[in-house]
Design a protein around this ligand. Structure first.
Ligand code: KG4
Ligand code: ZN
Length: 346
């Protein structure tokens, strides 16, 4: 059996994975930097890059030794090349290129968002995905992206809708900061919302009724800011479950409505959610219920593949390497996707 060595350093987690030729994840681990960034209330790019430089090689060594795999069993190296923090991407990319040269292996740069799109179809010892029914609609929601793609196959995408301002994850993170729940925000809001009344506070549902598949979360953030300004710290603390449930509900309602509308419009019977925000428990529950009602297939990654991870980069890298693709050694890191990455279908 041969394996792809996968590296993901696009943001603040250093992640390494080994994915075998059949797409089975043999190893996937991330070194979390949360504690390092916590005092700053958000990610400091220079600090993230330095942490990656310290953590990456030891994690690669651990992946190989714990899995009892040698470099001779590695068929290629997959690494996130865009989009992301350039200083962070650079560490992964230089490491991947150096290891590829050292061990005479092919390497392939993978778009981080493309990694998220295919993450629900990874498999491992405890997760077996449903069939990869094509085409499907993929709602990619994370700290940096809120996109809906129509996916017809590997490399065949149409961007159907996207956020016009902030990403859904940013809206969660900002709210967690404003309410004092801290960083990282989304999972804290999710946990604090348990048992809260989602109708207790009225938050706007941005663009809910607009006849398109785009999102906007900046206004929701402002509404939260204005409401919280009128409340004392004590009141916020006392009402935290209701506040979180109401705010979360506003985001989830818009996300669910838009992907369902897109499935009607394009007559697509298979929906998928992926990216950090797809870990949200209310979103998962609500969308699963709607899909059951409407007899739609629903694919969602297990929590470990929702947030940033190298297995998803390995999954895409594997498919591309097996098709004979590879990247040139002058491939640069880039903060943004390239214009040709996703507008591949008209
Ligand atoms: O995909 P990801 O790990 O990194 C990016 O590519 O951005 O997503 C991180 C985002 C953060 O904004 C985080 O707050 C959010 O995902 N997130 C959640 C939950 N878990 C993580 N948002 C809502 N509910 C969650 N349970
Ligand atoms: Zn991501």
């Amino acid at each position: 059996m041969k394996y792809v060595m996968a590296i993901e350093t696009s943001c603040d987690d250093t992640s390494v994975a080994l994915v075998d030729e059949t797409g089975f994840v043999k190893f996937c681990r991330a070194e979390n930097q949360d504690q390092v960034h916590k005092p700053f209330g958000g990610i400091v790019p220079e600090v993230a890059g330095r942490q990656h430089a310290e953590n990456l090689l030891p994690l690669i060594e651990t992946a190989l030794s714990e899995s009892k795999i040698s470099w001779s069993e590695v068929l290629g190296i997959a690494v996130t090349s865009r989009p992301g923090l350039v200083g962070s991407l650079l560490v992964g990319l230089i490491t991947a290129k150096t290891l590829a040269l050292t061990h005479s292996l092919k390497f392939i740069g993978v778009n981080h968002i493309e990694g998220h799109i295919w993450a629900p179809f990874l498999k491992d010892e405890t997760y077996k995905p449903a069939t990869e029914e094509l085409p499907f609609l993929s709602l990619v929601i994370s700290g940096g992206h809120s996109h809906i793609f129509l996916v017809k196959g590997m490399g065949q995408y149409k961007l159907v809708g996207k956020t016009l301002d902030d990403a859904a994850g940013e809206a969660f993170d900002k709210f967690a900061k404003l309410t004092g729940l801290g960083y990282p925000g989304g999972s804290k809001v999710d946990a604090a919302a348990v048992g809260g009344n989602p109708a207790a506070f009225a938050f706007p549902r941005p663009m809910l009724h607009d006849n398109n598949f785009n999102f906007s979360f900046a206004g929701l953030k402002t509404a939260a800011h204005n409401l919280l300004k009128t409340m004392s710290q004590d009141e916020i603390k006392k009402n935290i479950a209701d506040l979180c449930a109401s705010y979360q509900n506003a985001i989830v309602e818009v996300l669910v409505a838009k992907i369902l509308r897109a499935s009607d419009e394009f007559k697509i019977k298979h929906l998928s959610i992926t990216g950090g925000v797809s870990a949200n428990s209310q979103l998962r529950r609500q969308l699963a219920a709607q899909c059951e009602k409407k007899k739609l297939q629903m694919s969602m990654a297990p929590l470990r593949y929702c947030t940033d991870n190298a297995a998803m980069i390995g999954g895409v890298g594997l498919r591309r390497l097996l098709r004979g693709e590879s990247s040139d050694f002058d491939l640069p890191p880039s903060a943004k996707s390239s214009a040709t990455d996703f507008e591949t279908l008209s």
